[in-house]
Every structure is written in C-alpha cells, then in structure tokens.
Design a binder for this molecule. Structure first.
Ligand SMILES: Cc1ncc(COP(=O)(O)O)c(C=O)c1O
Length: 450
C-alpha cells in the first residue's frame, strides 16, 4: 500500500522529450502577423532568444537539459507521484488513481519547469529584462522567481480580474523582484486601445500577451516569455511525464488513461506527451484534456489559423481557437481563460490522438473539495478540472465494474486561491453557459491565411 512514489535527485531527467518528430503529420507553418507569410527565425529574434527559437522548430527527439537548469530544478524535482488510496475509497471505485503533484515547486505549480530554462536561455543570450503576462498569477510568479535566480529584470502584465482576485500572487512576484502591472494598462498602445473602448475591462490573457509583446519588441534589452502554448514550453514540461513514467514503473503499473487540465496546453503536454510516444510502441493509453465549459477551446473552437493575442501582434498559428478577441467569462480558474491552444495539442486533438472534454466550474469545485477532504492537498482551481476528469473516469469504472488505472496531473496547489473557495462555499459561484453568440462573433474575425 505505497502512497508516495519518490525518485532520488539524480533521477531528474537529463533530456526533454520533443514530440515533433513523432507527430501525426507535418506541423503547420507559423505565420508573421504583419506579412502573413511564414515566419523566419530572424523575425522572431526581437521576441525570443535564439536557443528557444531553435527548440521551437527542432526535430531532434531528445534535447539535453543544461546542468545550470537541472541544478535549480533540483530544489523541488523530482516531484512526487501519489497513489490516491483515500480518494479511491471515498469514491468506492475499483479504479486505481495516481496523481503527479507539481504544487511542490516554490511558485506552487508546474510553471517553473519552463520558467527556469527560459530565463537561463535568455541570460546566456544577453537578455537583461523579460516582459511577460500572467493569467492566474502562476506563470508570473514562476518567471519572477526564475529571473531572480538568473539576475534578470522582470515586468509582468497581470490580467486585471486576477490582479483583483489574487493580490497575494502579486505580492509573490514583487517578493521575487518583479514589477507587476494590471492589464489592460496605460503602458502600451494595445492596453490604451482596449481601455478607450472598455474602461472597466476585466482583461484577458490575449490582451496581456499583446501588452507584453509590445513592451518586449520596443526595447533592445528585453525579450518576451510565454508560459504555455508554444512548442518549447511543452517540451520543457515533458519532465513531468518522463518522471511519472519511471514512478509508475516503480509502482508496477501503467495508466489506461492520462488526464490533464488544459489552458494553453503546457501541463497537459507535460504529463501526456511521453505517454503518447508509447502509443507508437503498441501501448493502448487514452489521453484526456479537460477544459472549462465557459472557455471551451478544444471542444467548441475551430481548428484554424489565428493570432495568439488580441492586438494581433503575436504570430499566427494553426490551433483550436475561439477567436483572438473572444473575452471569456471571469471564472476562478484564471489560467484556463485563453482563446487558443497549443498547436501541438491541437494537432493531436484534430488527429484523434487526444480526447477533449469541457466541464463546468461548480462540478470542478465539488471534485476539488472531495479531493481536499480525502487526500489533504488543496488544488488550484485550474487543476480541479483534471480532478473532475479523474473522478468521472473512476466513477465510470465503478459503474462498469471494471478495473482501470488513472493518472492525472495535479498541476498546482490552491493556497493563493482561497478567495475562490470562499466564494464557492458562500454559494456565489455560478456556471456560465457556453457563450455561443460571443464565440460566433469572434470567430468571424479570424485572419485569412494562404
Ligand atoms: C495551476 C495551473 N494549472 C494549469 C494551468 C493552465 O496552463 P497550461 O494549460 O499551460 O498548463 C495554469 C495556468 O496558469 C495553472 O496556474
């Protein structure tokens, strides 16, 4: 009856797994938002340092993790894998439930897995300052921490609704030395444009990305960093699934289904890509992404070229999208309020390799409370979507009287999200219907490519 399955420090993976050579078909080109032609590496240089641009398009299956990065990851990695005996008992399910816990990082989520290498590659490329955005505040705090460790300055544009809901995330970023600005702001053209149309704007990840990209390209010493969506971010996060695979083997098990919540796709890619690689070797593993019903990118969006941001400054990629000017309702899982998705995850959904499912926030909070009361850990509202998925799979196994091994990624803890739990217990949270009209309007504005 082992509960925690732990790896020693020297088993932190030495390489990331790059899924690009194993994708079901060629990748769609990334398009320059100005010329509408495929981007060249030089086009991206004002935004990202060269090593990250190279990783974005690399076809090398295994990519070395620099020692300087592993040395910092060692502060919390390898992260534990838990067998959720108590949750299984509470559900009365014959299913075995395992979860990989990424909340043990200093920032409390999986995000530092990519923040640390991104800060490192910027540092060795001569960048002095990073401009970035944050939704829930998890990415912002992670990159603030990583910049602090490599001696870089950091400015974070934080989505206004989260800035107001999560003041302690702001404090964490400031503690780690970053400047934090509520978005939309008066600092940038993009922010001023939005504010002139809607002075009360809640903000969105799409708007905050526009502000951060504009900030980065307007200064020679500054580059932009993104906490999700991009191929190199998914690459860095595969450390989660690589460790989990070893830990499952230590437990003498292999998952029938691997589950992650999906915002831009990075933690989902992290837990699932190394298992998807096994499908080619005959493993029959299902892979399931859970997203909010109020921002249902993978389940209700279209698979098309779209801008990564609201102000059309970021590159155009082929992905599932609800339209770059879609404004998701202000749900508490702020990190899942993104109109687009990782192009890699999108292609896998489109090819039928990955299943996607949308869930309402009240059902997610219900699952999070059950989880906290059985396993103890208080999950981030984003991670509660993965818990909902795992609980539903376990209940289905019970109904069918079948054994099933479930692995999910618990992407972060909710210690800085207690206002969301307060609102849930006070009965103040509501489910938002699928915002059909605003999605339709927004999808009418997709760019024409090719
Ligand atoms: C704890 C947590 N989980 C999940 C996400 C969603 O992001 P991604 O889809 O990139 O993993 C976020 C984003 O902020 C987060 O903070």
């Amino acid at each position: 009856m082992q509960t925690k399955i732990l790896l020693p420090e020297d088993r932190i993976p030495k390489q990331w797994y790059n899924i690009i050579p194993d994708m079901p078909g060629p990748l769609a080109p990334v398009i320059h938002p100005g010329t509408m032609q495929p981007v060249s590496p030089d086009d991206l240089l004002p935004i990202f340092p060269m090593p990250l641009i190279e990783q974005e398009v690399s076809t090398q299956r295994w990519i070395d993790i620099p020692d300087e990065v592993r040395e910092i990851l060692r502060l919390w990695r390898p992260s534990p894998l838990f067998r959720a005996h108590r949750l299984e008992k509470a559900l009365g399910t014959p299913a075995k439930i395992y979860y990989k816990y990424e909340g043990v990082s200093p920032a409390g989520s999986h995000k530092p897995n990519s923040a640390v290498p991104q800060a490192y590659y910027n540092k060795i490329s001569g960048t002095k300052r990073i401009a970035t955005e944050t939704g829930a505040g998890q990415w912002g705090s992670s990159i603030s921490l990583a910049c602090q460790m490599f001696g870089l300055e950091c400015t974070v544009y934080m989505v206004k609704v989260s800035y107001d809901q999560k003041p302690y995330r702001k404090s964490m970023m400031q503690l780690w030395g970053a400047e934090v600005i509520p978005s939309p702001s008066n600092r940038t053209h993009a922010g001023r444009e939005i504010l002139s149309r809607d002075p009360q704007s809640n903000g969105s990840l799409g708007i905050a990305i526009s502000e951060a990209v504009e900030d980065a390209v307007s200064r020679e010493d500054t580059r932009y960093a993104l906490g999700s969506v991009l191929n190199h971010v998914c690459l860095h996060q595969t450390i989660i699934g690589l460790e989990a695979k070893e830990q499952m083997a230590m437990a003498g098990d292999y998952p029938d289904v691997v589950i992650g919540c999906h915002g831009g796709g990075s933690n989902f890619a992290g837990i699932s890509f190394p298992f998807i690689a096994d499908k080619a070797n005959g493993k029959n593993v299902r892979v399931l992404a859970l997203e909010p019903a109020s921002c249902p990118t993978l389940t209700c969006g279209v698979y098309a070229f779209d801008y990564g941001d609201t102000a059309k400054m970021a590159p155009v990629a082929k992905m599932y999208t609800l339209g770059h000017d879609f404004m998701p309702p202000g749900i508490h899982a702020g990190g899942l309020r993104y109109h687009g998705a990782s192009p890699l995850v999108s292609q896998l959904v489109n090819a039928g390799v990955v299943e996607a499912r949308a869930v309402h926030q009240l059902a997610c909070f219900e699952a999070a409370v059950l989880f906290s009361r059985s396993e103890g850990i208080i999950p981030a509202p984003e991670s509660s979507h993965a818990i909902r998925g795992a609980v539903d799979e376990a209940l289905k196994a019970k109904e069918e009287g079948k054994e099933r091994t479930i692995l999910f990624n618990l992407s972060g803890h909710g210690h800085v999200d207690m206002a969301a739990y307060d609102a849930y217990f006070a009965g103040e949270l509501q489910d938002y219907e699928y915002p059909e009209e605003s999605i339709k309007e927004s999808l009418a504005n997709l760019p024409k490519v090719g």
